[in-house]
Design a protein around this ligand. Structure first.
Ligand SMILES: Nc1ncnc2c1ncn2[C@@H]1O[C@H](COP(=O)(O)OP(=O)(O)OP(=O)(O)O)[C@@H](O)[C@H]1O
Length: 282
């Protein structure tokens, strides 16, 4: 786990202590964004945004509604054009990739869009197999076997395989969508508000699942969320988006100490303070 200095530019970076506890060194970032600008026509959504998501961490990404959290995710994924800045994913500058390299990189991340976004006409198994069919050449038997492995990984019973999304509970839909995001054994998983719409127990179980998968599969997780419990219990670090850039990044303690008005209001509010883990002072 790491914390950041308040210096501009330094703020986005993750640093790890050396094993002997000595000088801090920069750990490799899974995602490195620098000086990002994104605009739709005259409407500037991000300007001068820096962010590092470190390998093997769960980074919780927060910001007011409509501030650009989904747009940032989509820009990193190459679905929205940036007007300035650099984005490196797993060591590759995405601007320097030819289509073949781009496709190879895309195989290394999985995405779970808001509300699951499963294909309603397909069964759970077929949904999980969509990315497999797109990127892998496997026999139907192997595709079925792999889909069952993914179902098991996310804690769904085998009988969920042949159900359609409309036959699933909200929690099961989230798990099925996560299974699809994990279909190609990604190194990075993007989760857009994964616990929205779940009851507190379902949300806590989903958070636990994400933490377990991070630990067992070594996943890097970029998680857009409004869920304070997820931020407190599942995330290694938190980054806050305001004023078109990342204004604070670090542990919960860093957030609580931030002077930025939006971060102060978000983490210092009554609701946020009431949910703080035991032992953490708001
Ligand atoms: N394709 C687009 N064309 C024009 N404007 C867009 C487009 N996509 C998003 N926007 C605008 O960009 C801004 C940021 O949207 P975004 O969905 O990223 O917000 P968000 O922080 O994820 O919000 P929420 O927390 O409510 O989901 C909004 O004003 C939105 O209307």
């Amino acid at each position: 786990m790491s914390e950041q200095s308040a210096e501009p530019g330094e703020q986005a970076r993750g640093k790890d202590a050396t094993p002997d506890g000595g000088t801090e060194v920069e750990a490799p970032a899974a995602i490195r964004v620098r000086d990002l600008k994104v605009a739709f026509g005259d409407k500037v959504i991000m300007d001068g945004l820096d962010l590092d998501v470190m390998r093997g961490e769960i980074l919780g990404f927060v910001g007011g509604s409509g501030q650009g959290k989904s747009v940032l995710t989509r820009t990193i994924l190459g679905l929205v054009r940036k007007s300035r800045g650099t984005i490196e994913v797993l060591g590759d500058d995405v601007d320097g990739l030819d289509p073949v390299q781009r496709r190879a990189l895309e195989r290394r991340f999985g995405v779970m869009f808001q509300h699951g976004a499963l294909f309603s006409a397909l069964s759970v198994k077929q949904n999980i197999q969509v990315p497999m069919r797109e990127y892998l050449k496997l026999s139907p038997a192997l595709l079925d076997e792999l889909a069952m492995v993914k179902l098991d990984l996310v804690g769904l019973k085998p009988d969920a395989a042949d159900k359609t999304p409309s036959e699933l509970s909200g929690g099961m839909i989230k798990r099925a969508a996560l299974a699809r995001a994990l279909a190609l054994d990604p190194e990075i998983v993007f989760l857009d508000e994964p616990t929205s719409g779940l009851d507190p127990i379902g949300a806590a179980e989903f958070d636990e699942l994400i933490v377990t998968l991070k630990q067992t599969l070594g996943l890097t997780v970029f998680m857009v969320t409004h869920d304070l419990d997820s931020l407190y219990s599942a995330c290694d670090r938190i980054a806050a988006l305001a004023d078109k850039r990342v204004v604070a990044v670090g542990t919960l303690a860093t957030m609580l100490a931030s002077d930025h008005p939006w971060v102060k209001a978000y983490f210092g509010g009554e609701r946020a303070r009431a949910r703080l883990p035991a032992g953490v002072q708001g």
